[in-house]
Design a protein around this ligand. Sequence first.
Ligand code: NCD
Length: 304
Amino acid sequence: MRHLMNPLDFTTQELEKLFDLASQIEANPQKFRHVCDGKKLATCFYEPSTRTRLSFESAMYNLGGNVLGFSDAASSSASKGESVSDTIRMISCYADICAIRHPKEGAPMVASSKAGIPVINAGDGGHQHPTQTLTDLLTIRSLKGRLQDFTIGLCGDLKFGRTVHSLINALIRYPNIHFIFISPEELKIPDYIREDVLDKNHIPYQEFIRLEDCMQDLDLLYMTRVQKERFFNEQEYIRLKDFYILDKEKMKLAKKDMLILHPLPRVNEISIEVDEDPRAVYFKQVQYGVYVRMALIMTLLELV
Ligand code: NCD
């Protein structure tokens, strides 16, 4: 039985197969309408989410399956003191596959060790968000036609943003990727990513504070929001939350074919006037998220 905890749980060859399947689904969704007939997905969300949870649910319904679960810890037995290990043992009797989001780093991993069904990490604290990374990679592959040879700027909250941490981990496996990290001093990438991921693998990167100083070099710009819920100090959040605002003026500095990605939710970091720019692909990215989760559910349930 296979779980997905980290994007690196799949080799790059396995990811190619997964993305090929997602592209087949995109081309002909009708063909996959009954693949999961009679199967159930449990979504166990101990932390708020709209996109990820609904994306999983939509993916399962598109495959003909059913969905059950809870959308915040208060409405689950966690509020009575039940452990994640016990909850997942119980869920294993109710569902065929489970997606779990938890504010504590490592909680989905604990769940997977006790589960009788495949478990998908749908985000654990500031740590990893592998299905967002699969979404990001599929978006890049589909719209740029490749997963190598580009310069990617990651901008915003690089300290707490788990989507950023997951994406860096996944991208270092592809040739000739140049990273540019754009953040205020206080929100730089954590030391463990710097040392254990980048330096250890001799991956070159540059760091900037101002977007304007590197915009012209980027093939992709991955914007992120400042992660309010992970701040200890509200004043600090308020001071940093509008540090970056991508607007039409700044977009004039970018390459004609630079793509803007964002895991969403967007707060103020991308002005809505940018939405009509053809380079803004963050809403297309949401659609790719459904295709890739469909492909993932099929793969983990061994229905491929
Ligand atoms: C992200 C997350 O939950 O980490 N959202 C998502 O799943 N698309 C990004 C965020 O919350 O900023």
